[in-house]
Design a protein around this ligand. Structure first.
Ligand code: S3P
Length: 166
């Protein structure tokens, strides 16, 4: 019950899962992802939960999953991109080592494109990305102890930069 050693935050598609697994390997730690926890517990995909119950219900499920993982996991923990919208979650992250993996809007559009599995981007990806990042950038920065830019970098390069920055 010691809590995570490294938490990864940042927008969807930025590479939290890939970098998180590489970081965990490098540090000899286990990797956990709160979206995976939610899918396993619910027996549904994130997109299905959004369609079935709406975003507010998903956020409540997500908050519980994130708080459980923060209490239980003592390795590398990646949070879903919107987890930092919750003020209680941001408060829980104070005092943790938190890496914010960042990318600019054009990189985000390029990486995620039109992706039905990502319900927040289904209609107009560029406009939605711009709004999403304007609403969230300061929240990622608020919880971060290190900001790691991912634009034009491979997952291995991002992992090295995160190890240096953390
Ligand atoms: C979301 C990010 C997703 C997932 C859901 C909502 C968001 O997680 O939780 O689609 O609001 O940014 P990833 O960041 O792991 O893709």
């Amino acid at each position: 019950m010691s809590g995570p050693l490294v938490v990864l935050v940042g927008p969807m598609g930025v590479g939290k899962s890939t970098v998180g697994q590489l970081l965990a390997e490098r540090l000899g730690l286990s990797y956990r992802d709160t979206d995976d926890d939610i899918v396993a517990a619910q027996g549904r995909t994130v997109a299905e939960i959004f369609v079935d119950e709406g975003e507010a219900a998903f956020r409540a499920i997500e908050k519980a999953a994130v708080h459980r993982a923060l209490a239980e996991h003592d390795g590398v923990l990646a949070l879903g991109g919107g987890a930092i919208l919750d003020a209680d979650t941001r408060a829980l992250l104070a005092g943790q080592r938190v890496a914010y993996l960042s990318m600019d809007v054009e990189e985000a559009v390029k990486r995620t494109g039109l992706n039905a599995a990502r319900p927040l981007l289904a209609v107009n990806p560029r406009k939605q990305w711009r709004e999403l990042m304007e609403a969230r950038r300061h929240l990622y920065e608020e919880v971060a102890t290190a900001v790691v830019a991912t634009d034009g970098r491979t997952p291995e390069e991002v992992t090295e930069a995160a190890l240096d920055a953390l």
